[in-house]
Design a protein around this ligand. Sequence first.
Ligand SMILES: [Fe+2]
Ligand SMILES: [Fe+2]
Length: 247
Amino acid sequence: MYRLERTLGPDEYQVTFLKAKSQYMADHPIPWDTHFRAGKCTKPELQGMAKDFYYWKLQVPIKDYAVLYGCPDIEIRRKWLPKAIEEDGEDIIGREHVPHPEYWLQFCEGVGLSREYVINAEPLPGVKFAVDHWTHTAAKSWLLGVAMSETGDSAKGIGRNLETIRKHYSWIPESALEFWRLHSEVDVEHSQLSMDILTKYCTTKELQEDCINAMITYLKIHRVMRDAVYLEYVVLGRNLPEGSQAR
Ligand SMILES: [Fe+2]
Ligand SMILES: [Fe+2]
């Protein structure tokens, strides 16, 4: 458990929160990420990841509505609502972007999967339990839900993955990469929003610690998801069933 010695001021808290995040990530490299960034993923491995992470992408709006439902502060709800709408598709308010899970499905098609297969597929148990823990935590505490959202340099990580795909997996068509392009931009704003809320609301040592621990739990959720994918598709070398391929 992450512990603080005293209550921190807002700026100091922000710095400490982000330092705890980068420290945890540096101390716990994830085998899937190392494999992916080194350009070593095969097509079946990328297909497995794409299929399994669809469940996670589907739950992002649910987590964001859980934050809205629990938050008693109208100012924060008004700031968070556009993000929730964005995730579920700004086309409902006359803007350009469709639901973000739809962009992920386009990526799944780009790696050669059938859209119907991905929509109907069961996630691996490790992915399911990790993601469900995330949405359930946000449903129990809106503030922890914010701490388990994009923070710090989340957008940079997505941008880095986009560069990796373009460099090492250039067989994936550029038209299938909108999910990555979009998030390397919008997550800059989303991360700032989370940090603004956390610095405003975490005014006691206990809340400050709870939110740092929630952020670390979110990093662990990422780790569990990626470990499940790495075990299934890289270590065990399992392929998706025949009907999974786009025709
Ligand atoms: Fe999104
Ligand atoms: Fe986002």
